[in-house]
Write a protein of this length. Structure first.
Length: 128
């Protein structure tokens, strides 16, 4: 297993890695909508927060030499399901058909009082 990390995404806030590569599969830990430069949430609008979480994922995947098109599964956790339509609009900007499989659900609370957290699994394409 290989640890994947970048300063272009927030540092882990506990005993975990930003991402781990096991074989050709990359498991990206849940990304809060934290701006890695400021250490603060990217505003309070769910669209901006979703965009920041997905940008963090994109930056971690870039550190692994991958792109969003390599994502095969995502999990979206929302503090409020009323945010689902707006989150979904921004989410659609980051993925193209065939879209990754996805789970999305409301949770009671997220770390640091976040409104959204997104994790994913990506697969490195086979050579040849």
């Amino acid at each position: 297993m290989n640890d994947i990390s970048t300063s272009n995404a927030p540092a882990a806030i506990g005993p975990y890695s930003q991402a781990i590569q096991a074989g050709d599969t990359i498991y990206v830990s849940g990304q809060l909508p934290i701006d890695p430069q400021t250490g603060s949430f990217a505003g309070d609008d769910i669209r901006g927060l979703t965009r920041r979480s997905l940008n963090n994922i994109q930056n971690i995947l870039n550190a692994a030499g991958l792109k969003m098109e390599n994502v095969v599964k995502t999990t979206v956790m929302l503090a409020d399901m009323d945010d689902f339509p707006a989150m979904n609009e921004v989410y659609a900007e980051f993925f193209q058909s065939p879209y990754p499989a996805r789970s999305a659900f409301a949770v009671k609370t997220l770390p640091k009082g976040a409104r959204v957290e997104i994790e994913c699994i990506a697969v490195r394409p086979q050579k040849g």
